[in-house]
Design a protein. Structure first.
Length: 146
């Protein structure tokens, strides 16, 4: 899957543009989630591999990241570790098909905001995103060093 950028001209729930990075290698899931968030008024960038996510995070500001756990090249845990070093307050939603107890413990230590098991309801995910982005007025992720 190629990197996709989706931008909405419609107003979202927030009073400012909210930028979301989706890191998911399942094309249909990534597309469905991106389009649902687009309809909710968010600016969405999608990538299909961990190394591409690191490149995006190093060059652009995001307000929230949704990442799968198992990804090509760099896994979701490494992505989150890099985000949390640079921006500990960055909201992150981890999605996984089969998280086990060890993974849940790791995610708790990394201060993941939510662990969502696949399959998930798009409306519930959108509500979760809306609740997480009602925070600071400026994106919290710094561009350098990821």
């Amino acid at each position: 899957m190629e990197q996709t950028r989706i931008q909405s001209d419609s107003p979202g729930v927030a009073s400012r543009e909210v930028r979301i990075l989706i890191v998911e290698d399942e094309t249909l899931l990534s597309w469905s989630l991106a389009h649902r968030l687009l309809k909710a008024g968010f600016i969405v960038t999608t990538v299909d591999a961990g190394d591409k996510a690191i490149e995006e995070l190093a060059s652009k500001d995001f307000d929230l990241v949704i990442t799968d756990m198992k990804l090509p090249h760099i896994d979701g845990l490494e992505i989150v570790a890099r985000i949390k070093i640079r921006s500990p307050r960055m909201p992150v939603i981890m999605i996984s098909a089969l998280p086990d107890d060890a993974v849940r413990d790791s995610l708790e230590q990394m201060h993941i905001d939510h662990l969502v098991e696949k399959p998930f309801d798009l409306d519930e995910m959108t509500s979760m995103v809306e609740a997480l982005v009602r925070g600071p007025a400026e994106p919290t992720l710094q561009r350098s060093g990821l």
